[in-house]
Design a protein around this ligand. Structure first.
Ligand SMILES: O=C(O)CCC(=O)C(=O)O
Length: 304
């Protein structure tokens, strides 16, 4: 078993990884997160999932406990048409452990390998597919293409806290689709159903990450197995994508998550032998903000 302390801080995306990502719009990064931290995050995610409101308009969970910001929990329809929670937003606000995990030098190192000091946090959420009735995600490309057909529209890291298999609703992707601009997904699905031409299953082991371009065509089927699938989504943009669409204040608030998380991780003392992500790689204004923790961890996504 690998522990926290085995992790090294340097970027783990090789030139060949970067070429694959650029060509296909997706990349599996095995063992992005060490086994021990993955297990701790899965337990923490399950605690937060257990605190989901009982329905989309409820304010308490199945045990009658009140839920802070219940609208952060997203509901979708399961295969029987019943509403089922399948995501919560702002994990770093809801959980100190997720905040510390965001500071993981392997996550930030991979984002740095893609975007360098222009990396800007986009948004974070935890997607879960409950055993037996976890809702699927129809085929889609992320966001609204507000930057037109620009190929570079950000990256999502799907970090798996449980195994993701064909049985529990693993992600499907269409490699190369990220370079084709905004696709008529409705027409494609009308013609082919879920089995789109070129679609590939993208299974993962716990601790692995599937990096995918936000322009990549992707989707997943419901979970009809008896095991939960939990994926922590961490997204990044290149500064050039957001600078004309979002205010300097909102961008600064999002960027401030990086130093906040790196320092929280160091202060936790949980990773004593880890080399932290090197904040001096970023511009001074990105690491010197004075926003408070709630402001930083509840800043909404930089949508585009
Ligand atoms: O994890 C999945 O199955 C799909 C999630 C997804 O596509 C999304 O969050 O946009």
């Amino acid at each position: 078993m690998t522990t926290h302390n085995d992790m090294k801080s340097k970027s783990l995306l090789s030139a060949s990884d970067l070429a694959t990502y650029r060509e296909k719009g997706c990349l599996l990064v095995p063992k992005l997160i060490a086994e021990q931290e993955t297990t701790e995050l899965r337990i923490e995610a399950e605690r937060l999932i257990a605190n989901a409101p009982v329905s989309a308009d409820a304010t308490s969970d199945v045990q009658g406990r009140s839920v802070e910001e219940p609208s952060d929990y997203v509901f979708a329809k399961d295969p029987e048409g019943n509403g089922v929670a399948n995501r919560f937003w702002f994990p770093a606000w809801r959980s100190r452990m997720f905040l510390e995990a965001y500071g993981n030098p392997r996550i930030l190192g991979a984002a740095f390998a893609l975007y360098g000091k222009n990396m800007v946090p986009f948004d974070e959420s935890v997607v879960f597919k409950l055993p037996g009735h976890g809702a699927g995600f129809p085929w889609h490309q992320d966001g609204g293409f507000r930057t037109g057909d620009a190929v570079e529209r950000g990256v999502n890291f799907g970090i798996y806290l449980t195994p993701s298999t064909i049985d529990n609703g693993a992600l499907y992707v269409v490699p190369g689709s990220h370079a084709k601009g905004k696709l008529d997904v409705k027409a494609l699905v009308e013609q082919h159903g879920f089995e789109l031409p070129g679609a590939e299953l993208a299974p993962a082991k716990a601790g692995d990450a599937n990096l995918h371009s936000r322009s990549l065509l992707h989707g997943s089927k419901p979970n009809e197995s008896d095991t939960i699938r939990v994926t922590w989504y961490v997204g990044f943009h290149h500064m050039d994508s957001v600078v004309d669409l979002h205010t300097p204040d909102m961008i600064a608030r999002r960027r401030a998550l990086i130093p906040l998380a790196v320092r929280a991780r160091i202060d936790s003392g949980r990773f004593p032998e880890e080399v932290p992500f090197d904040l001096t790689l970023l511009d001074a204004d990105a690491v010197g903000s004075t926003f408070n923790v709630d402001t930083i961890t509840r800043t909404p996504a930089l949508q585009l």
